[in-house]
Structure formats: C-alpha cells, structure tokens
Design a protein around this ligand. Sequence first.
Ligand code: HEM
Length: 110
Amino acid sequence: MPFIPINFWAFRIMVGIGMFLILVFAGMLFFIYRKDITRSHWLHWIGIALIPLAYIASESGWIVAELGRQPWTIQDMLPTWTAVSDLSSSNIALTFFLFLILSQQCLLLK
Ligand code: HEM
C-alpha cells in the first residue's frame, strides 16, 4: 500500500503546474496576437523563469506513477514483482551503446 499523502500532493502539484502552464501559454498567445511579444521582454523573462516548473511537474508525475501503481504494473493482471526485468543493467547499457554506435554509422553513411 503506497503512502497516500505523497501521492495525493505529488498529483496535485503536477496537475496544478500543468493547469497553470496552460493559462500562461494562453496568455502568451494573447500577447502574440496583439503583436506585443517582441517588445515585451518581461514576458520572455517569465518564460525562462518558469522552465523549472516543467521539471518539477515531471518529477511529481513520475512519483505519482511509481508510488501509486503499487503493487500492480497493470491493474489486476501484472503484479510489479513479475514485471521486474532480470536483465542486468550492464547488458542494457551495452545494447544501448551498440544501438547508438550503429545509428550514428547509418547517419554517416546517408
Ligand atoms: C495538466 C494536467 C495533468 C494531468 C491531468 C496529468 C495526469 C497524469 C496522470 C493520471 C498520471 C499517472 C499515469 C499512470 O497511471 O501511471 C501522470 C503521470 C505523469 N505525468 Fe502528468 N498530468 C498533468 C500534467 C503533467 C505535466 C505538466 C507534466 C510534466 C511537464 C507531467 C508529467 C508526468 C509524468 C512524467 C508522469 C509519469 C509517467 C510514467 O512514468 O508513467 N504531467 N500524469
């Protein structure tokens, strides 16, 4: 059973930031259509200052998903203990870098 308050607040932080950013983007659109955006340097600074919110929302969402779905990976079908992979992290890293090298070679050949 997950510790409910963490999930409760992490979800609200994520959705709160999501809704807030939708409002901000709507505001930005409003200024773009009024053609004020190039003159409104303060809007650019607000945009830059809000970047950390996207990371906070992302981390909160991840906490919601990771803590909240216990003990199910797929509700009533796949328990988390069955879904855990038995591949070692070094195997994953090896195949990742092999794919990376191969994809770079393909790009070079193009
Ligand atoms: C606008 C309102 C939002 C709603 C209604 C919402 C809803 C949800 C829900 C229901 C989940 C859980 C999915 C599951 O069952 O695993 C989730 C996960 C997540 N959310 Fe949000 N979300 C919102 C905004 C955001 C924003 C703004 C971000 C990031 C910028 C974000 C990032 C994430 C991430 C990273 C996960 C974890 C995904 C995973 O690892 O499975 N969410 N969200």
